[in-house]
Structure formats: structure tokens, C-alpha cells
Ligand binder design. Sequence first.
Ligand code: SAM
Length: 236
Amino acid sequence: MSGTLRSTISTPEGKRRYVRRLFATIADRYDLITVVLSYGLDRRWKRRLIALADLGPRDCVLDLACGTGDLLSAAAGRAHRAVGVDITHRMLQLATKRAPHAALVAADMLALPFADARFDVVTTGYGLRNVPDLRAALAEARRVLAPGGRLLSLDFNRPERAFVRAAYLAYLTVVGSALGLLLHRDPDTYRYIPESIRLYPGAVGVARLMEEAGFAGVRVVPLLGGLMALHLARKR
Ligand SMILES: C[S@@+](CC[C@H](N)C(=O)[O-])C[C@H]1O[C@@H](n2cnc3c(N)ncnc32)[C@H](O)[C@@H]1O
């Protein structure tokens, strides 16, 4: 039931546990569901993120919450070194196939096993919305970035206007429930997406948190009429 789901993910510990179970369950269907839910646009948004990252042959890139390795494989083809981190082992197994030249590390993006200032670029696709503590995730991303290093994130937005938000969340709830029922016999599986957006500060809120965390030049690039967003920021 969505009431139970909502209350479960409303505490950091509840969200942490729920997210771990969820991604282990959906890992093998993740690529399919991403294409279906984005009408195939996800690839275009990720290409945009990689273009904005402006990767060079000397850059060391860390992709947080790398999942099945989309951003990671694109980064690995452009940078000196690409490292992907995820907490879900099955996701990492799938990422090995997609990004054979990247290093993969099983770790929590809230407690990264890397030294300070180790990376030139940190990327994440749909990573920030899923952590139980967004401030801690941004602090950790900043810690592992070298001074002047770039952070880029792609995620859903939480539309500011109440009626747009209500329509968007209702749409995602209906489609998510249908897909959950069809693919996993559990309508809650993809209802997590609208529920997580409800609790998310949205693109403007995330930009503010990035500034508070010590990032400069924070830029939001709206996608799909502002329903999705890319963030770019630089470590001060
Ligand atoms: C929605 S998927 C995104 C996958 C990929 N980045 C993409 O853009 O398609 C979210 C990923 O975040 C991972 N994840 C969730 N919480 C995490 C955490 N605390 N630390 C590292 N990875 C996490 C999940 O295992 C999952 O693979």
C-alpha cells in the first residue's frame, strides 16, 4: 500500500532498507524499466550529462550509484580512469558487462572508500534522490573531488507548481503501479519513484543544498519541460 510505503521511506533508516531491497529486486529489469518510463529519453539525458561533464583524457571520474553502468561506460570511453560505486551487487555484476574497462566498487555513497580529492569529476544518474541523507551524500561527493572538480547529477525534478506536481506524481503512480504489477506482481515496486519525489527537495532545493555543501557555479539544466533536471556544480 502506498501509505505504508510512504511512511517506510519517510525515515532515513526505513528508506535505506527499502532502497537496498528494491534495487536488488529490480536490477535485472532496470534497463527495460528505464527505457519504458522515460520513453527512451533517458539515453539522451545521459548523453547530455556526459557532454556537459566535458571529460578529458586525464580525468579520473567517479560514477555514484552506477547501477547497470550507463554513465560509467560513457565516462570510461572518454576519461583516463572511471570508477563506479553501487550498493547493489547485482547492479555491479551487470555494470561489469557494460563497462568492462571501469573499476567497480561495492560501497555506500554516504561513506566512500576513497581518499580526499581523488577524482576530477563525480557523476550520478538518479543517485541523489535515493539516499537517506542528501546532505551527507553531497558532502561525501565534495570530499572525494579535487578542488575545482565537477559534480554532475541527473534526476527527476519535483515540480514547484502544485497542480503540475500533482499531475506528474499521479501519472507516475498509475504507470508505476501497472508496471510493478506486470513485472513483479507488486504495484508498490515502481510506486517508490513518485513517493521518493514527494520527499525530494526538487531541482531548486538540490541546487541550494549543493551551494550549502561547498559547491560553486551551481547550474540547473531543466529537461522534459522541467520534469527532469541536470545539475552541474564545481567544488569550491
Ligand atoms: C535508479 S538506479 C540508477 C542507476 C544508474 N545510475 C542510472 O543512471 O541508470 C539507483 C542506483 O542507486 C544505487 N544506490 C542506492 N542507494 C545507494 C547508496 N547509498 N550508495 C550507493 N548506491 C546506491 C542502487 O543500487 C541503484 O543501482
